[in-house]
Design a protein around this ligand. Structure first.
Ligand code: NCD
Length: 305
């Protein structure tokens, strides 16, 4: 592994790291509003995306631009980069790091970002690798909870939907294990959270329960964490189709929930979260987008500031 400090996995952060990131992120709103920040002047970020993205790539790029840096980007690495000519990820990492000061990468395969980081001489950030991990999304989710409640301790967090394939849920579990929380894992039997993650939660003394009925528990939830069925990670679209509409967050469901509950979704949403909920005070998914920029600004500063 190269000597640069990377962000490759949610597991690399301790509880005190998380609190430090939240604090630093909360100072970024003022930086954005102040305009003309030059902290990253002369520094270049390369964003290498081998998988579709709207928010994550723009969020990293916005964060770098807000800090006064510059961006070079390829949103279509799989088809228009030298990967197509069979260049290894190690070599791509080596080459891009000769031009950029920091690299952000997304890839459909778990572990692919680590391979690129092995060749890179500059920090590499994992912007999602397959069903494995999405460290910065998890961080911005935790930051959103922390901002809303002033802490994470003693909350009841309910994750609902595709617990098997969602790297966002996997990352959230990795962070939540540092706090005394109760976790409710709501999914169909076939889409349960992977065993290794459950073992890790147990090992960290986290109280979690697996169930299939969301309505049964909705009244005790503080944070309702939702995401779409990750259809690209199923054997076939038809296979994913069976789970569509199994859970749906709508106004009627929210009428059964606490007034102070918050609803998270990393977006894009499909049919698991209805637009009729958007006007509800508890809907925080568009705020998550702004929070993501603040968190990523904090991370960039930490890595190359
Ligand atoms: C998520 C992802 O890519 O894992 N999106 C995001 O980063 N905001 C969630 C998803 O694709 O469903």
């Amino acid at each position: 592994m190269s000597k640069a400090k990377h962000i490759l996995a949610s597991s690399q952060f301790s509880k005190s790291d998380l609190l430090e990131i939240f604090k630093s992120a909360s100072e970024m709103k003022a930086v954005i509003e102040g305009g003309a920040c030059e902290v990253m002047k002369g520094k270049i970020m390369a964003t290498l995306f081998f998988e579709p993205s709207t928010r994550t790539r723009f969020s990293f790029e916005t964060a770098m631009l807000r800090l006064g840096g510059s961006v070079i980007s390829n949103a279509d690495m799989m088809t228009t980069s030298s990967t197509k000519k069979r260049e290894t990820l190690f070599d791509t990492g080596k080459v891009v790091s000769k031009m950029a000061d920091i690299i952000v990468m997304r890839h459909p395969e778990g572990g692919a970002v680590t391979k690129l980081a092995e060749g890179s001489e500059v920090p590499v950030i994992n912007a999602g690798d397959g069903a494995f991990d999405h460290p910065t999304q998890g961080l911005l989710d935790m930051y959103t909870i922390w901002k809303e409640f002033g802490q994470i301790d003693n909350l009841c967090v309910c994750m609902v939907g595709d617990l098997k394939h969602s790297r966002v849920f996997h990352s959230q579990c990795e962070y939540l294990k540092h706090f005394p929380v109760k976790i409710l894992l709501v999914s169909p039997e076939e889409l349960r959270l992977p065993e290794t993650i459950k073992m890790d939660l147990s090992h960290n003394g986290i109280d979690f329960t697996e169930l299939t009925d969301l309505r049964e528990v909705i009244s005790e939830v503080d944070v309702l964490s939702t995401t779409r069925i990750q259809e690209e990670r199923f054997e076939s679209v038809g296979d994913a189709e069976r789970f569509r509409n199994m859970y749906r967050v709508d106004s009627e469901l929210l009428s059964l929930a606490k007034k102070e509950m918050i609803v998270l979704n990393p977006l894009p949403r499909v049919d698991e979260l209805l637009p009729e909920v958007d006007g509800d005070r508890r809907a925080k998914y568009f705020e998550q987008v702004s929070n993501g920029v603040e968190v990523r600004m904090a991370l960039i500063k930490q890595l190359i500031g």
